[in-house]
Design a protein around this ligand. Structure first.
Ligand code: NDP
Length: 242
């Protein structure tokens, strides 16, 4: 029977590419978005059977209720891709608490909010794949992104501890740390800054969303059961970790 996969932020950018890849591989995909209904409608029209749900991954009650809807309408969740994320950039000495809290809420609290409601079911079925999207900037730090860097480094820690707790239950928990990928999020970076970023990428270009999606589907595969607690860096050689 086809596995059920939930992809947060699954109707735009990297998340949309993940939705498309898993859909093409035969998963029953539920894509969660927060407000861009046009993008969700476009994806649903293009991908037969795709279920789109609107809720805020930073809201624990909305996640619990939404995931119950997914279980009722699509089926028990086998694969969870925690991809949704935002930035609220600015130098720390000028950063207000709102910009700190909102990034923590959407990028880090969401890990708890989305994973806590599905973990019991995965444990009872002795199978699960959880793939969390961190960032190169969570690994190396980034000026102007103290909030985002802290949240994305937190995603890596969350992944490691959760992997240890659930390894014996057939659940793998892994993390992908993308470098700069050509999406709306990166399009917001000013042109001059972007030239410098691309110059620092040995591959000589931005990454593509489908390159991240391919690795998500690799980690989601039943055959990837011995890979857990890992952080896969996909950044064109920009930051190479041991
Ligand atoms: P985009 O800004 O292109 O898309 C973000 C997606 O997340 C959208 O689908 C959006 O929904 C959804 N989303 C945002 N906030 C919420 C929320 N509160 N609740 C539910 N869904 C929400 O981002 P990218 O595709 O570029 O990034 C995806 C992930 O990859 C993020 O976690 C990001 O931090 C990470 N990343 C991206 C990199 C890049 O270079 N692009 C590099 C490294 C990491 P809607 O469509 O409704 O607005």
């Amino acid at each position: 029977m086809a596995h059920v996969a939930v992809v947060t932020g699954g109707t735009r950018g990297i998340g949309l590419a993940i939705t498309e890849e898993l859909h093409a591989k035969g998963y029953k995909v539920a894509a969660v978005y927060s407000g861009n209904a046009a993008a969700a409608q476009e994806a649903a029209a293009r991908l037969p059977g795709l279920a789109c749900f609107k809720w805020d991954v930073g809201d624990p009650e909305a996640c619990a209720a939404g995931l119950q809807q997914v279980a009722d309408q699509v089926g028990p969740v086998d694969v969870l891709v925690n991809n949704a994320g935002i930035t609220r950039d600015g130098m720390f000495h000028k950063m207000g608490f709102d910009a700190w809290r909102e990034v923590m809420r959407v990028d880090l609290d969401s890990m708890f909010n989305m994973t806590r409601p599905v973990i019991d079911g995965m444990r009872s079925r002795n199978f699960g794949r959880i793939i969390n999207i961190s960032s190169i900037n969570g690994q190396k730090g980034q000026m102007g992104q103290v909030n985002y860097t802290a949240a994305k480094a937190g995603v890596i820690g969350f992944t490691k501890a959760l992997a240890q707790e659930n390894a014996f239950k057939g659940i793998t928990v892994n993390c992908i740390a993308p470098g700069y990928i050509d999406t709306d999020m990166v399009a917001a970076v000013p042109e001059e800054a972007m030239k410098k970023i691309v110059a620092a990428i040995p591959v000589g270009r931005l990454g593509r969303a489908d390159e991240i999606a391919y690795c998500v589907s690799f980690l989601a595969n039943e055959k990837a059961g011995f890979i857990t607690g890992a952080t896969l860096t996909i950044n064109g050689g920009q930051y190479i970790t041991g």
